[in-house]
Structure formats: C-alpha cells, structure tokens
Write a protein that binds this ligand. Structure first.
Ligand code: SF4
Length: 198
C-alpha cells in the first residue's frame, strides 16, 4: 500500500493511502475530538465534532476527519477559531439533550460552550449511533435501533430481541457518551419483566 505525505497542524505526516485524517493525526499524537467514532465500527461522520479544515485543490473546506481520506500534499488544520466555534455550537446543541453527560461537560469546558444556550429538550440521546452500529456490526443482533425522525429521533431497544440477547452482553453500554443506553435498557427491563423493577 502506498504512502502519502501531508501536513497536519504544520507537522509533516506520512500516512498510508486509504487512511483517514483522524487516523493520520492520531499516528503523530494529534488528538481530534470524536463522539460517534469507534475504531471497530464503520466511520459514521454523524456528530461532526471531529470537523477539521483542509486545503485541497485550491479550496479550503471543513470536513469530518473520521471520514476524509488523506491525500498527497493535503494541508489540515485541527484547531482554528472557526473549528472552535463549530465544536462549541455542536456541544451546546447536544447539551440541550443531555446536560448531565460527563463527556459533553468536559468538551464544553474545553471549547467554552454555554450549557444553557439552547432550550433543554432532554432526551439523553445525541444520536451518535454507537450502540445501534455496535450491535448491528459487531454483535449482529440488531437489538437496538432508532425510532422516529428529526429532533424526536431516539434509540430504542427491540424488546423481544433485547430480552433474549442483552442480559449477558451489555457490550454497547460503556460506549454511550450520555448514559442514555442504560436508561433505555432499564426501561425495557421494567416493561419486559415488571416484577423485577425496583
Ligand atoms: S447489550 Fe444488547 S443492544 Fe447492546 S450490543 Fe449487546 S445485544 Fe446489542
């Protein structure tokens, strides 16, 4: 596999063809924040918190580092005022859904996000899709999925599958950046086995 030379935050970086900017940056110790990324899963590009600026073919664009493949002579910036503003706004929007998420609070501190900028619509889910994709891609069980669309979109366990598969698994639980999954799971457990509910 061929190797390409690019520049990330002023640093010369060699990366294999086909690698993403996120992988190339990590290989030289440059950390780009992510929320919906997991190394075992297909890249999703959903949360956009990994947005970076690239100069390519005479244009500057903002792209998702987890999806964008490296190119020869690509110039990448992972920390600019524009990117800080984008990440700040994204975190503020997500905090409206999950204000108690420790992961989001930590990002809010890093990017100076105001946790009260947007009216609270607490759903706990920030639509990262980690649980849904992990269960489908790794476990091949499809025990959890999305329901509804737009702002009402949420994750939901499929009771018949969850009751059979999740007790002994729970592998997707630690992936959830807001702990929404645990909340949904407890709900399903209560619905499926009412006598077990506290
Ligand atoms: S706990 Fe359930 S939903 Fe989560 S990965 Fe395991 S089987 Fe899938």
């Amino acid at each position: 596999m061929s190797e390409l030379l690019l520049q990330i935050d002023g640093k010369e970086v060699t990366a294999r063809s086909g690698a993403t900017i996120l992988e190339a940056a990590a290989s030289v110790g440059i950390s780009i924040p992510t929320l919906c990324h997991h190394e075992k899963l297909e890249a999703h590009g959903g949360c956009r918190i990994c947005s970076v600026e690239v100069d390519a073919r005479g244009r500057t664009s903002v792209v998702a580092a987890c999806l964008y493949p490296v190119e020869q002579d690509l110039v990448v910036r992972t920390r600019t005022r524009k990117l800080e503003r984008i990440r700040k706004s994204l975190v503020e929007m997500m905090l409206a859904h999950a204000p108690d998420s420790e992961v989001l609070q930590s990002l809010a501190q890093e990017y100076g996000a105001d946790r009260d900028r947007f009216e609270k619509e607490i759903s706990f889910c920030i639509h990262c899709g980690l649980c849904v994709r992990y269960c489908a891609e790794i476990k091949k069980k499809n025990a959890v999925g999305f329901i509804d669309r737009g702002p009402r979109k949420e994750i939901c366990f499929i009771p018949e599958i969850a009751a059979r598969e999740c007790w002994e698994c729970k592998e997707c639980f630690p992936l959830c950046p807001t702990s929404a999954l645990q909340a949904a799971f407890v709900l399903v457990k209560a619905l499926t086995f009412p006598s077990d509910a506290d």
